[in-house]
Design a protein around this ligand. Structure first.
Ligand code: SF4
Length: 502
């Protein structure tokens, strides 16, 4: 087993669902690797365990293309410490990159860091994957029984084997053939010797945006990766679509597009991308995350306003994830005639890393206190409303409530811009076990959750209001399984992150 080095991996006991992964791809730019590095930097929030870039260049001496690979554990800045790696090692005008958070496959296994690569009779392929394959266990067993040797414990490797085994002659058809066999969530950036291929599963769980940069093309999980390199957003890879960026696209602007067999499946965009995962400055599923989060805040105030006639409430955000929703909440609460003031009552330190020393028994509390502090002058003697995006275990919000109470708040009300989380995600998010979720521990009884948190009132956004607040353009429909337990697909026994450790 290879052990992680460095200090950049996230808190091992987080109280939010862990972000999944960030993917990036670029075609037709002389600084492909450098721009991929910037793109990955903007996508750092989607994965902090490892990062990697694979580029492709033509070697005239050998008269063939060569792949160049650099990846390791750590944050993007840790992995790409030396400029020369981006300029001299990762040569070529096409590249793919990946930020990893392991939702399948051990986090400790260096071989699982993406992009994964393979060399087979059709040439080289590299793959960056965001999402989880739900038929991974069965497919892996079938392939192993037939003699396939796996290098990693990642579900993503299955796709490379299926490409290599395909009987199709054309490489793009081999990729489509492989993707027709896998089920579950995948937003992919694939690199062949001379093409960039972007693909999204027919349900469309994870986002994948397309942009234009000079004459070239870029794809990324979120558009914040375009802004950092001055690329222009031009659209989305549609669910069930496979898009090919090649020399013809570069010369004529004509981009080849193919459809997976199950292309007519109902869409199930992950609604949590809007609630928490994506950056508010991104456009996801074609819509501004900031706009949606404001709507969530407004809808929450409609359902659960705060403050009585003639009294003032102070509304505070939990930085940074609920900042935007809190603005929406306050504006709607005021519109409803409540006297509410938006204040920054909680201040967050951005420098609490994995190395934070916490030997004491109350280590979790200590970590929360190190991460958040209160502005006492704002909270003392006030009726305080804390707006949060989600409650998972309930440990962090309990600590925040204690901090706000200690700061002298007279009343504390908690408002949450999502319904109670009661079920695990099988499509690329990492939630704690069902038993650990506070909403489950309290049997789905909001009043019991309120009692556990020790607050005056607690209001969750209802599933109906949540669904009414997200965009519906083009008939968009959403996955809400972690709230409702209604999974859009059959779920196989999930692959353990540590099983089959190499
Ligand atoms: S289960 Fe929840 S987190 Fe997972 S894809 Fe569905 S909405 Fe997103």
């Amino acid at each position: 087993m290879i052990h992680s080095r460095g200090d950049s991996r996230p808190d091992p006991i987080p109280d939010k669902p862990r972000d999944h992964c960030g993917v990036f791809g670029i075609y037709g730019h002389p600084q492909a690797a450098l721009l991929t590095y910037y793109g990955l930097h903007a996508l750092q929030h989607r994965g902090q365990e490892g990062s990697g870039i694979v580029s492709s260049s033509f070697d005239p001496d050998r008269n063939r293309h060569r792949f160049h690979v650099h990846k390791d554990f750590g944050l993007v800045n840790d992995v790409f410490r030396e400029d020369q790696v981006l300029t001299d090692v990762l040569r070529g005008n096409l590249a793919v990159g990946h930020n990893r958070y392991s939702t399948a496959g051990s986090a400790e296994n260096k071989l699982n860091i993406q992009p994964l690569t393979v060399n087979y009779r059709g040439g080289n392929v590299a793959i960056s994957h965001n999402g989880n394959l739900t038929n991974f266990t069965r497919l892996r067993k079938v392939l192993q029984d037939e003699g396939t040797i796996f290098q990693t414990t990642s579900d993503t490797e299955i796709i490379l084997h299926l490409i290599a085994r395909s009987r199709e002659r054309d490489q793009i058809k081999q990729i489509i053939d492989a993707l027709d066999q896998v089920e579950g969530a995948f937003s992919l950036a694939l690199l062949t010797d001379d093409k960039l291929v972007a693909a999204r599963d027919p349900h469309g769980w994870r986002p994948l945006a397309v942009g234009r940069l000079d004459q070239g093309y870029v794809v990324a999980s979120e558009t914040c990766a375009f802004d950092i390199i001055n690329a222009e957003y031009i659209g989305e890879v549609e669910p069930g679509e496979v898009v090919v960026f090649d020399e013809e696209a570069l010369q004529t602007g004509r981009i080849k597009s193919f459809h997976l067999r199950k292309n007519n499946t109902r869409h199930h965009f992950c609604i949590f991308e809007y609630i928490y995962f994506s950056r508010p400055d991104s456009r996801v599923f074609g819509e501004s995350v900031d706009s949606v989060r404001r709507r969530l805040g407004k809808a929450l105030a409609e359902e659960h306003p705060a403050g009585k006639e003639g009294e003032e409430v102070v509304v505070i955000n939990v930085p940074d994830s609920s900042n935007t929703a809190t603005i929406g909440y306050v504006s709607e609460n005021n519109r409803l005639g409540k006297n509410s003031e938006f204040e920054m009552g909680l201040i967050r330190s951005h420098y609490v890393g994995r190395t934070f020393i916490q030997p004491a028994q109350d280590s979790r509390e200590m970590k929360v206190r190190a991460k958040f502090n209160t502005v006492k002058s704002i909270l003392k003697g006030k009726k305080v409303v804390i707006v949060d995006d989600s409650i998972v275990r309930g440990t962090t919000i309990t600590q925040l409530v204690a901090l706000v109470r200690k700061a002298g708040a007279e009343e504390i009300h908690v408002r949450v811009t999502s319904p109670p989380i009661r079920h695990p995600c099988h499509y690329g998010m990492d939630f704690p076990s069902e038993e650990e979720l506070i909403a489950n521990r309290c049997g789905g009884d909001v009043e019991r959750v309120r009692g556990e948190l020790g607050v005056d009132t607690l209001g969750y956004l209802s599933l109906e209001k949540l669904l009414a607040s997200v965009p519906r353009n083009g008939g968009a429909s959403y996955c809400t399984a972690c709230f409702s337990g209604e999974y859009p697909t059959p779920i196989e026994a999930p692959a353990s992150k540590d099983e089959n450790e190499i």
